[in-house]
Design a protein around this ligand. Sequence first.
Ligand code: GLY
Length: 407
Amino acid sequence: MKRLLISLSLLLASLSNAGVNLPPRGDAADREEALRAALPDIFAASAEQYRGMLKRLEGTTDQFPRRWEKNALVTVGPKEWTSGFFPGSLWHLYEHTRSPEWKAAALHYTAMLEQVRHYSGNHDIGFMLFCSFGNGLRLANPDGYREVLLDGAAALCQRYVPRLGMIRSWDSYKNPVIIDNMMNLELLMWAAKQGGEKRFADIALSHADQTNARHFRPDNSAYHIVDYNPLTGKIFGYYAGQGASADGPWARGQSWGLYGFTMMYRETRKPEYLARAVKSADFLVRHRNLPADAVPYWDYEAADIPEAPRDASAAAIMASALLELSTFAEAPKATLYRDTAVRQLLTLSSPAYRAPVGANGNFILMHGVGHLPGNSEVDVPLNYADYYYLEGLLRFKRLSAKLPAEN
Ligand code: GLY
């Protein structure tokens, strides 16, 4: 009986989110130790949250959790840009636990996305397929995953505009390209190396080169939307999109750019991509409006700072990217990037951002911002915040154990 009570109290402790606090005055080594020590509890609680999410989804077909808002779960179908993040998070839980429970769940939700393997209605097929099938292939190599990814790469290339040298993001505006699109290039780089057509890599490099040349301001912040004339390449205009202004640094867009160029450097070793990633990182980690706890406001120049909402998703994407960039950059920047990422992951793991088990509609993180100017998804849990948070934690786990990177 006594042993049962001890086990129960250990289980409850592991499922609570208490006890992961930012060491306010410690040094970088103290912070790393705090995060390392907290990892088992964080993953146990995250797994318990997602067990609850799987229960919520029972009886649904082709639906993926996107957010929790007004006390209700909002789900999306396979063709929505965030559909791959939930299966991807299930693969992250499998990566940490290697448990058949998570493999089965990940296989189930990934299979629901096979129907989009030829989808070319937007540029998001990289998010949708590489987070789901891509992680699954890397971790378990199930039959047919490689072929789905190669089809997805071909579908994405249908959106390539040769005279522009870029992939068209959406079918709205005239010919918009958004900074987020850098994320979809990882699918193309993988496909070119895995027996796909050479043009997959050519298109990815052309898109990255054009983005590098045309999507950044002199201060190294990125525009969200640049709208082009596809025949002449002339820019019709810059648009605020999900940011506060066309000229301002929308937080998640900055994180996408940082992550995208870090990933492209990993894939190509082209020094200009590393240089761009470092410039993006320096803009962010030294920004006067980055709070001490390193979770950005939804826009670095939001008018109502310090009252403006924070965006946990921007922090999670940035943390994951900075951890990878810290392996490529030189000291002392590498140290600064790694410590900033650790501070972000500690903050996100604290009760201020990580929900108690059973709360928050079973999403892991609270306080994301999807599209504030559209009054949509303001201060809510978001599936992509959870995805990049788990990815960042796994990257930290590998780095601190001195294991090789996942790719
Ligand atoms: N378009 C993806 C995002 O909202 O960040």
